[in-house]
Design a protein around this ligand. Structure first.
Ligand code: ZN
Length: 381
């Protein structure tokens, strides 16, 4: 099959509607390191999934990225802090997801949970703290974190083979930032469902690419999900989708589904408006480049943030930023791409700071910071 006719990796429909000029964008790895240009992105008009063209070049790049993978390297191995929009309180991302799961699913006193793609056990550790009567298994493609994961209270074992080799059935299976990496996710979930008890829960956490345009730049993500396309993918594997949205963690989709006890319900259809909004983010990315170029010619430029958008724009503008700005105390005082990460109070007077975040969020941050640092020009995309 020629590369231009590459079909949707999920439903097999061809051709994809390609995003023109995407191949000229620098990209970022999911562990937030710059990655070269040359990717391909498109929309499947049949199932609504915005996706990378997962050809052999993409497969080779992804393999190379995982070989060098360095989870949470920016904060010295500490999991990302997320902020509850209602209370403003910060906590580890895994704790926010476990709280959402336990409150919504009303889990019993005892049960068994499998975390697929468990990494160093951040999510299992949060589960272990709040599900005292439960036992846990992790699965991961390598065994480098085996000792760490198996030391978590309640963990039976870390498995590194295929799903079919894991003994028994589970009450909950979680996929935390895993499904977006896997081509043909519905096919994969059809294996996952066989490991769940009838009525068992599936928890999926992925980036919300409908809200955040910068997630389209992650080189090793096969799928750029919206809540609608994720629901289609999960429903297509025979699950009943109960909710999919960003109520638990901002900028992420938390999806909760059940393995039906009887017949599987109808597969949810991705709203076309969500598919179009997600796909059209490539236009916003072009506009952000143009805006940043104009700013860079006007004075000392800093970039607010040290994650995907910030890392991407800095690479796209050939490292034009003099410094980065972050409010996460784990990152302040360190370096990003060889330049300093300042706290807001340490931004040089008179500097221009481009807030490389989704527009609504960037706007809120700018409004909060302008009174604190009136001598800094905060600009939003
Ligand atoms: Zn499709």
């Amino acid at each position: 099959m020629s590369e231009m006719n590459q079909p949707c990796h999920n439903c097999g429909t061809a051709p994809l509607r390609r995003a023109p000029g995407y191949e000229n964008f620098f990209r970022v790895t999911s562990d937030c390191k710059p990655w070269p240009t040359g990717g391909q992105m498109g929309l499947c008009e049949a199932c609504g999934l915005v996706q990378a063209v997962t050809d052999s070049r993409w497969e080779n790049e992804s393999r190379e990225i995982y070989t060098r993978y360095d989870i949470y390297h920016q904060s010295g191995g500490i999991e990302q802090t997320v902020f509850n929009p209602a209370t403003g309180k910060g906590r580890a991302r895994s704790d926010a997801i476990v709280e959402g799961l336990t409150q919504t699913a009303k889990l019993p006193e005892r049960g068994r949970l499998l975390d697929i793609g468990c990494g160093n056990g951040a999510f299992l550790r949060a589960c272990s703290r709040s599900l005292a009567g439960w036992t846990f298994c992790g699965s991961e493609f390598d065994t480098r974190h085996r000792a760490t994961v198996e030391a978590i209270p309640g963990v039976e074992r870390l498995y590194s083979g295929s799903l079919a080799e894991i003994p028994g059935e589970f009450d909950v299976i979680s996929l935390i930032h895993v499904l977006e990496h896997i081509p043909a996710p519905t096919t994969f979930l059809k294996q996952v469902v066989t490991k769940l008890k009838p009525g068992g829960w599936l928890l999926v956490e992925v980036p919300d690419c409908c809200i955040n345009p910068f997630f389209l730049l992650v080189a090793d993500h096969a799928s750029h999900f919206s809540p609608g396309s994720l629901s289609t993918v999960v429903g297509g594997a025979g699950f009943e989708v109960l909710q999919a949205g960003d109520a638990w963690v901002a900028k992420e989709i938390s999806l909760l589904a059940r393995k039906p006890v009887g017949a599987a319900p109808a597969i949810p259809v991705c709203p076309p408006a969500q598919a179009e909004q997600t796909y059209n983010h490539w236009k916003f990315l072009n506009e952000s480049i143009a805006k940043a170029k104009a700013l860079a010619s006007g004075g000392t430029l800093g970039i607010f943030g040290t994650s995907i958008g910030a890392t991407w724009l800095d690479a796209q503008l050939t490292n034009v930023a003099a410094f980065f700005v972050d409010e996460d105390p784990h990152r302040v005082g360190k370096q990003h791409e060889g330049r300093p990460i300042h706290a807001v109070k340490d931004i040089p007077a008179g500097a221009i700071v481009f807030i490389v975040l989704p527009p609504a969020l960037a706007q809120r941050i700018a409004e909060r910071l302008r009174p604190i640092r009136p001598d800094v020009n905060f600009v939003t995309p």
